[in-house]
Each structure stands twice: as structure tokens, then as C-alpha cells.
Design a binder for this molecule. Structure first.
Ligand code: ATP
Ligand code: MG
Length: 390
């Protein structure tokens, strides 16, 4: 049975431009010229995918998108937004309203066909995805799984990854803590729009043996249901070097407070990072897919081995921050580095900016976006690995 595509645009010329190319690809194509007509056809015709213009004469495409996402039966209906060049804000609003992709006008039918096919395939995979692994019991005496995340070099997206993976795990119903183990300036608060009233600073003024569950628990900032944050220092005067024993004591307390503990480490080695990495059950090395980052990833791997981190504990995540063409392939990097690849995070520059500006991780504001699928898959793999490692 051919998949049904609904194109919504008030300009007949756009409908014509897309109608035949999509039909020639074997899709059954229907059209609507207003928001109201679109909502009616979505109900009555049950399309498999909607191409939706933002600027419609009656109700906006954003509102249509919102209505669709609020209805339980259609919550995962794939939607591609069409927008004019000047409508960046609308585009972000659209992604927040739950659109899966967007295309800027003038539309190229060939590009649209590729996007339609990719999105349909992704939706298919999502629907077939296995249910999430069971949550490990999270009693206070239970030992949680510490997962350390390091960047092969600075600015590769570690904090973004930690924010999104911990949010993804919390969404799956796990009890999670995300901790920023850095002596200077934490960026995690911004990712969740949390006011950084309590930070790690007070703990770094304590003797390691005084750092316990109660002390650490009192410095956690709630971010989402099931997710708490231990934030890095926020101000210049809060700069504190972290002692190795302090790092160990903090992680020791955190694993008693949460089932999964994600530790955001700076990209430069330190005694505190070494202690944190040695305490971790899984070490996620994060890199961008270019030759420069490959060099630093190799250097980090050598260091991790020298520090006695078990080979099997080290996993790789590749983050694309820009849509570059000439990138190294994740599977190739896995082979070159000899480290298991957990996944590749797709580039989502607009979404990454919107997420930061709005203080909500990408997985929360664009639930069916490609980048969210990738992040959710990595989070699920970590949960499975963590439970196995117990
Ligand atoms: N998948 C992505 N697509 C596009 N941009 C991204 C993606 N992931 C992260 N970014 C952007 O990359 C920049 C650096 O990200 P982030 O702060 O998470 O890196 P970091 O490794 O924690 O940096 P630092 O070394 O300073 O701690 C941010 O502007 C972030 O929004
Ligand atoms: Mg960071």
C-alpha cells in the first residue's frame, strides 16, 4: 500500500510543484489549502506524513502542528514544516510545537522527496523500537551506575550530550543525576534553565570524608521529574580545584542518590578527572568526526589506558555540530580507534541554539527530531550497558 502524503499550502504553485514528483515516487498525494482543511483531512484521511506551510490564511501551521501533537492518536504523525527564509523564529516555534523537520522555501522537489523518505523510514523504526529496558530498582541503598563523559577536545558538545542523555533517561522513568565536575564555570544550569542557587562549590570546600549523601543531596538542583543536577561553579570567585578524593566522595554519594549518574568532565586531564574516570563504570569519549579530533581522541585513549581504565568500559559517541559533507564516518572511527561506537549525534544547529535559549534540552523540545532519536538511542544503550555492568 502506498503511503499517503498531505501537502498543506495556500499557494497552488507550491502544491503543483510537489504533487507530481511525490506521486511519481509512488506516494498517494492529497492537498489542503488552509489550516482548518488540513486538520479535517488529517482526521478523515489519516495521512502517513504531512508537509505543512507555516503561513496559512486561517490558522498557522504551528497551531496545526500543536493540535496534532496534543491528540493522542496522532502524536507521532511525521510533519515537515515549510517556511519562508525570514521566519527563523517561526521555525523554532514549529520545532517546539513538535514538527520533525523543516524546509525553507523555495522548495526543491528532489530534496523534499529525500526528506519525506528519510522521515517515513525513521518513524517506522521508532514505532518498531523495543520498549525501554526496565528501570533498575532505585532504593537508597542501591548503587547507581556512574557514567563519565569526556570530550576528545573542548567544545565538542559534552555538556549538551550530558543534558540530553540525562533528560532522556529521566523521560524513560529512571532516577538520574547529572554532575558537572569542573573547577570553573558550569554550563549545565543553562541547559535546563535552572537557577544555580546551589553548586558543587560548597562541597569543594569540605574535607573528602565529610562529603556524604546528605551533603551532596542538599546541593542538587531539580531539573526535571526524576533528574537532579550537581552544577559546576558559576562565578569567578567560586573557582576551586577539585581534589581526587573529593571527586571520589561526590560520585560515591551520587550513586546512592540516583540509578544513573552522568558526569560531565572537562576536556583537559586532571587528578580529579582521573579519579572520576576510575570510579566510572562506563566512560563515554565524545568527538567530532574530523581528523583533528581524531588525533585528540587517540591521545585521550592512550591516557585512559595508562590510567588503567578497562578497555571494555570505554565507548565512543560522535557528535556532528555542523552539517559538513566531508566527515569521517562513525563506523570508520569505531574501527580506527578500536572502541565501540554507541551512536552518532546528528547536527541540529538551530535546535541546539533554541534549546539553550529556552533552557530545555533538545530531546524535550523536539521529540521526533532526528537528533532526538539518536540521543534517545544512545541513552537506551547506556541504560542497557549499565544494567549489564552491575
Ligand atoms: N548536535 C549538535 N548540533 C549542533 N550544535 C550542537 C550539537 N551539540 C552541541 N552543539 C553546540 O555546540 C556548542 C558546544 O557544546 P557544549 O557546550 O555542549 O560543548 P562542551 O564539550 O561541553 O564544551 P566545553 O569544552 O566548553 O565544556 C554549543 O553551542 C552547543 O549548542
Ligand atoms: Mg561543557
Amino acid at each position: 500500500m502506498s503511503e499517503k502524503i498531505l501537502i498543506v499550502d495556500d499557494q497552488a504553485v507550491v502544491l503543483r510543484l510537489l504533487f507530481h514528483p511525490l506521486e511519481r515516487e509512488g506516494f498517494s498525494v492529497i492537498t489542503a489549502m488552509s489550516g482548518t482543511e488540513a486538520l479535517e483531512k488529517i482526521q478523515s484521511e489519516k495521512p502517513d506524513l504531512v508537509i505543512l506551510d507555516i503561513m496559512l490564511p486561517d490558522i498557522s501551521g504551528i497551531l496545526v502542528c500543536n493540535r496534532v501533537r496534543q491528540s493522542l492518536q496522532m502524536v507521532d504523525l511525521p510533519i515537515i514544516l515549510l517556511s519562508g527564509r525570514t521566519e527563523l523564529e517561526a521555525k523554532i516555534e514549529g520545532l517546539e510545537a513538535g514538527a520533525d523537520d523543516y524546509v525553507t522555501k523555495p522548495v526543491d522537489p528532489k530534496e523534499m522527496i529525500v526528506r519525506v523518505k528519510t522521515l517515513l523510514a525513521r518513524t517506522q523504526r521508532l514505532r518498531q523500537a523495543a520498549p525501554p529496558p526496565a528501570t533498575p530498582s532505585s532504593g537508597r541503598s542501591q548503587q547507581g551506575i556512574p557514567i563519565a563523559v569526556i570530550g576528545a577536545k573542548g567544545g565538542v558538545g559534552v555538556t549538551t550530550l550530558v543534558a540530553n542523555l540525562s533528560a532522556a533517561m529521566a523521560v524513560r522513568g529512571h532516577r538520574v543525576a547529572a554532575a558537572e565536575m569542573r573547577p570553573f564555570f558550569g554550563a549545565l544550569a543553562r541547559q535546563f534553565g535552572v537557577k544555580p542557587d546551589a553548586t558543587i562549590k560548597a562541597l569543594l570546600e569540605m574535607a573528602p570524608k565529610s562529603i556524604n549523601e546528605t551533603q551532596v543531596g542538599a546541593r542538587l538542583a531539580p531539573a526535571l521529574n526524576g533528574l537532579q543536577l550537581l552544577l559546576g561553579p558559576q562565578q569567578l570567585l567560586d573557582y576551586r580545584e577539585i581534589q581526587a578524593e573529593q571527586a571520589e566522595a561526590i560520585i560515591d554519594a551520587l550513586v546512592r542518590l540516583a540509578a544513573f549518574v552522568l558526569i560531565d568532565l572537562p576536556h583537559m586531564p586532571s587528578v580529579a578527572s582521573r579519579a572520576a574516570l576510575r570510579s566510572a563504570q562506563i566512560v563515554v569519549l565524545t568527538m567530532e568526526p574530523d581528523a583533528g579530533c581524531l588525533d585528540s581522541a587517540r591521545a585521550w585513549l592512550e591516557l585512559l589506558r595508562a590510567w588503567g581504565i578497562a578497555e571494555s568500559a570505554i565507548k565512543l559517541v560522535v557528535v556532528n555540530r555542523i552539517q559538513a559533507v566531508d566527515v569521517l564516518n562513525g563506523v570508520e572511527l569505531e574501527r580506527i580507534l578500536g572502541v565501540e561506537l554507541l551512536g552518532t549525534v546528528t547536527a541540529a544547529p538551530d535546535l541546539a541554539v533554541a534549546a539553550l535559549n529556552r533552557g530545555k534540552p533538545m530531546v524535550m523540545i523536539a521529540q521526533t527530531a532526528l537528533v532526538t532519536t539518536a540521543l534517545m538511542e544512545i541513552a537506551d544503550k547506556l541504560v542497557t550497558l549499565g544494567i549489564k555492568a552491575r
